[in-house]
Design a protein around this ligand. Structure first.
Ligand code: ADP
Ligand code: PLP
Ligand code: ZN
Length: 305
């Protein structure tokens, strides 16, 4: 059975974020991906320079009109990420509402991309739109710690805080919430990154259950961009196969993440050693002492079932 995803995210010429991170891995896993590029930039915004175009709300609507005229509006999933503009995001909301009417079992996976490590990298006026209009429509939400704190107005200092924040996010709409990365200490030591998840489901007898999970992810000593986008796409894929088992879906998602990140770091290190790179190559990779910012290297064998 065909499973069709509408993915509204960024496109970059160089590197892998947004649709460049999400599309190929989803296709390899057998999904049909229809992509709308919310922006087309030369590269991600963590580089010293970036240039490009931003799709306006009107331009988004024109593309959607074309899809509607051809009566190809049946989607199984919508996936959204990076957006810089309130009117664009409001148009996305209108489209999701319409598509949910066409297919009432459509699942909306929302990565509320706003920032990281205490700083917003999109305009601040996007926050109320996410809070009041976008998150209430989401079925699956994948904020990082900072985005979850922004959406709920609550700080996360302990695991209990994280659980409370996920419960507050459930109250706003989504049945499945994953905090994709946090600063919480791992019980297994500082070599691990902690992510948490919570899923509310209805059992056949009508009673509600809530599965809560905590994951220790082996840390790699580098900063990656686009990993949040790959995480959301892979969570979509694996919740499709395990709709009522967040633990299984997250384990498979994190496994993909780990393989891609390991391969990326190995590739980057090999390239650096073998090529005696000129200095400007390093400049384009934004070196920050030991913490270098990489885009990642998507490779098919990692994603095979
Ligand atoms: P976002 O970009 O949305 O803030 P993150 O990149 O922090 O999201 O996290 C998404 C996922 O990427 C994590 O759950 C983890 O699997 C992976 N990841 C990101 N950075 C690292 C890292 N330095 N070491 C290991 N895994 C990482
Ligand atoms: N899209 C663009 C154009 C970006 O510049 C970024 C981050 O800088 C992202 C998406 C989101 O990346 P991440 O998956 O790391 O949250
Ligand atoms: Zn992100």
């Amino acid at each position: 059975m065909e499973c069709r995803v509408l993915s509204i995210q960024s496109h970059v010429v160089r590197g892998y974020v947004g649709n460049k991170s999400a599309t190929f891995p989803l296709q390899v896993l057998g999904f049909e991906v229809d992509s709308i590029n919310s922006v087309q930039f030369s590269n991600h915004t963590g580089y010293a320079h970036w240039k490009g175009q931003v799709l306006t709300a009107e331009e988004l609507n024109v593309l959607y009109e074309g899809i509607k005229l051809n009566k190809v509006t049946h989607y199984d999933y919508i996936l959204t990420g990076y957006s810089r503009d309130t009117s664009f995001l409001e148009m996305v909301v209108d489209i999701i509402q319409e598509l949910k009417k066409v297919n009432p079992s459509l699942v909306y996976v929302c990565d509320p991309v706003m920032g990281d490590h205490g700083a917003m990298y999109v305009p601040e006026n996007l926050l109320p739109v996410y809070k009041d209009k976008v998150v209430p429509l989401a079925d699956i939400l994948t904020p990082n710690q900072f985005e979850a704190e922004l959406l709920t107005g609550r700080k996360i200092n302990t695991e209990e805080d994280a659980i409370e924040v996920m419960d507050l996010l459930h109250k706003m709409g989504p049945e499945t919430v994953v905090l994709t990365s946090t600063d919480l200490p791992s019980k297994n030591g500082d070599q691990f990154l902690v992510a948490l998840g919570s899923q509310k489901t209805k059992k056949p007898d009508g009673t509600n259950t809530n599965q809560k999970i905590c994951m220790d992810i082996p840390k790699v000593d580098a900063v990656f961009v686009g990993t949040g986008d790959l995480f959301a796409a892979m969570l979509l894929a694996w919740t499709h196969h395990h709709p009522k088992d967040l633990k299984a879906a997250c384990e498979k998602t994190v496994s993909v993440m780990h393989h891609v990140i390991k391969r990326t770091i190995t590739y980057a290190n090999e390239k650096a050693e073998n090529q005696k790179l000129p200095f400007d190559f390093w400049l384009t990779r934004q070196p920050q002492s030991k913490n270098q910012v990489f885009s990642f290297n998507c490779s098919s064998s990692v994603f095979q079932r």
